[in-house]
Design a binder for this molecule. Structure first.
Ligand code: PMP
Length: 292
């Protein structure tokens, strides 16, 4: 049995899951999306992902033709149809089909599709050895140009940064904002640990308010860490005890080198490893249950 894709209210075969070349998601990157994970029959933070999707759509004035409850059902149905207990779910809503101009008023109905597939895990060595990062010349989108808090289909800012990291021969890119403050990586939020402090940039510097980020911030207290959202520069990362990244797909990944400076002792940090352990406990326990 091939993959079944949810497309505008129907579950269709992968080969039939096609959208129009006039869809503004394709022509202009005009749309929003979420990347969601399920663990052993539990969808992690589904409500938070749906809230963020509808908030991004609201700001872009994209009307989603499904209630949140109906969207939740569609996600669960897609998982069941594919008999997946551990999945990566990509939920996409585009402005829909319009004409060749960019006027969104010409698009009368948003397109919705949901892909649920096996999770492609990051290599184990990322977690064991840690990642190497560079800061890249591409600046994170200015919040008043295209706010990084919106999870839109326009990821070119991130893609350019990823190309620069790859060209530099490292795993990931750190993007600064126009003021030189650390924002985030191409698809992950960034944290540093110094003593008992766990710091991460506030959303207004220009980041996506990650759902894994929020989950990690909520866990910090149980590990005797004090969370602060603060504006900081690369120096704070270079001199931190530990640095790690968070994201739905990557979960929590240690960082061991930034711009050729080793971080801490150059190995994944103890607090980072403890957070990974706690995070695994909540992903195994919390979430919206579905039976396949
Ligand atoms: N920043 C960016 C730019 C991202 O694309 C993602 C992945 N969605 C994240 C951060 C992490 O967010 P989350 O924890 O909600 O997956």
């Amino acid at each position: 049995m091939g993959l079944k894709i949810y497309l505008d209210g129907k579950l269709v075969e992968k080969a039939d899951a096609v959208v129009s070349v006039f869809d503004h998601g394709l022509l202009y990157g005009d749309g929003v999306f979420e990347g969601i994970r399920s663990y052993n029959g539990l969808v992690f933070k589904l409500k938070e992902h749906l809230d963020r999707l509808y908030e991004s759509a609201h700001t872009l004035m994209i009307e989603i033709p499904l209630s949140k409850d109906a969207m939740e059902k569609a996600v669960l149905e897609t998982l069941k149809a594919n008999k997946l207990t551990d999945a990566y779910i990509r939920l996409v809503v585009t402005r829909g089909v319009g004409d060749l101009g960019l006027d969104p008023r010409k698009c009368h109905k948003a397109t919705i599709f949901i892909i649920a597939d096996k999770i492609a895990l990051y290599p184990k060595e990322f977690y064991e050895k840690g990642l190497t990062l560079v800061t890249v010349p591409t600046v994170r989108n200015h919040p008043e140009a295209l706010n990084p808090q919106l999870k839109t289909l326009n990821y070119l800012n991130n893609i350019l940064a990823k190309i620069e990291a790859t060209n530099a021969g490292v795993n990931e890119a750190i993007l600064l904002n126009a003021q030189g403050h650390v924002t985030e990586c191409t698809g992950e939020n960034i944290f540093y640990v110094r003593g008992k402090k766990l710091a991460t940039p506030p959303p207004y510097v220009g980041i996506l308010k990650g759902i894994t980020r929020d989950a990690v911030m909520a866990l910090a207290g149980s590990l005797n860490l004090e969370v602060v959202e603060e504006v900081f520069t690369r120096h704070d990362l270079y001199t931190a005890d530990e640095v790690f990244l968070t994201g739905t797909a990557a979960e929590i990944v240690p960082v061991v080198k930034i711009d050729n400076r080793p971080i801490g002792n150059g190995k994944p940090g103890q607090k980072t490893l403890a957070l990974i352990k706690e995070f695994r406990k909540i992903t195994a326990r919390d979430g919206v249950r579905y039976e396949i």
